[in-house]
Design a protein around this ligand. Structure first.
Ligand code: HEC
Ligand code: CU
Length: 333
């Protein structure tokens, strides 16, 4: 995507209604700074050459002031700075307040992935939004500071633990998966706040659909467990919810994974340290143990492992997803 007409010199193509304003203001400040940099350095060099110390030169006493010059160099910069402030502040206010009819998506940032929850209860690890319609993002973090950043939209907002923040956007063009003739690549979504070891891998893609395609996608996303065998649904849920980040299903217990491998574990015993206890106790991997491991990971921690598994609340992982995951883990040899 080299020759995209809506790219500016420094930024990716403008894909939201804000992007043009942000770029124009940025360009204005940039070229203004470049102009004054060149002008000031040029005058400085000229003065150095013109007025350098010469033999026999007698110093002039300090000149009195020049009113016209002083007024000029006060008034012109004030107007420029006033313009930058006014333009920046009004656009900033626009970007802060979403219209009332905005479509709302919950964004949950966690080490180190994104989760998007839609009004019908569907959720995804890539962001999908309709084109040409205000979409408001309600941001939260389930651990440390993260930052929700979509360069193509020119929006960035921190995700702060223990509180909600928000931002919004109107996407102006659809992306496609190569189906539409002039489809754009999906846009990048970055975490823009250093948040630990895998910060640089905390990425997602943004897909922008026509409303009708979006509705179809949304329905499919809400019912992704339907019409397929539970093990298959469980495998999808296991990937979608990021379990694969910490659990191998191929017997890999190395340090690459924070948690133990989960294949071939159904019905086997393991030693765990129950919360508050000091000595280990044996438990069998069955339905209840899996459910508890997910809803209350610290209730029983596997011996030799750190209690770093995140809590999956019913909002993050629904009961039917746990059921499917149980079927999946049961099927893994
Ligand atoms: C950030 C890493 C991480 C993620 C993500 C994670 N886990 Fe874990 N999990 C662990 C660790 C570490 C343990 C071992 C300590 C403990 O028992 O809490 C564990 C333990 C478990 C156990 C018990 C394992 C055993 O052998 O006794 C199960 C079952 C489990 N996780 C399921 C899941 C499922 C299902 C998901 C996704 C919904 C998931 N985990 C996501 C880190 C993670
Ligand atoms: Cu992050």
């Amino acid at each position: 995507m080299l020759a995209d007409a809506s790219s500016s010199m420094f930024f990716p193509p403008e894909r939201s209604t804000f992007a043009g304003d942000v770029d124009r203001l940025f360009d204005f400040i940039y070229y203004l700074s470049a102009f004054f940099f060149v002008a000031i350095v040029a005058v400085m060099v000229y003065f150095v050459l013109r007025y350098h110390r010469r033999k026999g030169h007698v110093e002039t006493p300090s000149a009195s002031h020049n009113e016209v010059l002083e007024i000029t160099w006060s008034v012109i910069p004030s107007i420029l700075v006033g313009f930058i402030f006014f333009y920046g502040f009004t656009k900033y206010l626009d970007m802060r307040e979403a219209p009332e009819n905005a479509y709302e998506i919950q964004v949950i940032a966690k080490q180190w992935s994104w989760q998007f929850i839609y009004p019908n209860g569907a959720d995804s690890d890539e962001l999908h939004i309709p084109v040409g319609q205000p979409v408001r993002f309600v941001l939260q973090s389930s651990d440390v500071l993260h930052s929700f950043y979509v360069p193509a939209f020119r929006i960035k907002m921190d995700c702060v633990p223990q509180r909600y923040t928000s931002t919004w956007v109107i996407a102006n063009e659809t992306t496609g998966e190569g189906i539409e003739k002039d489809a754009h690549e999906p846009y990048d979504l970055f975490c823009a706040e250093y948040c630990g070891k895998d910060h640089s891998r905390m990425l997602a893609k943004v897909y922008v659909h026509e409303q009708s395609d979006f509705d179809l996608w949304l329905e499919g996303a809400a019912n992704y467990l339907e019409g397929i065998p539970p093990e298959e649904g469980g495998e999808k849920a296991f990937k979608k919810k990021g379990c694969t980040q910490c659990h191998s299903v191929e017997g890999d217990n190395s340090a690459k994974y924070a948690g133990p491998a989960l294949n071939g574990q159904w019905g086997t015993e393991r030693n765990v340290i129950p919360r508050g206890a000091s000595s280990p106790e044996a438990v069998v991997m069955d339905e209840n143990y899996i459910r508890e491991s997910v809803r209350e990971p610290n209730a029983k921690v596997v011996v030799g492992r750190k209690p770093v598994m995140p809590v999956f609340t019913p909002q993050l992982l629904k009961d039917n997803e746990i059921n499917a995951i149980i079927a999946y883990l049961k099927s893994l040899k």
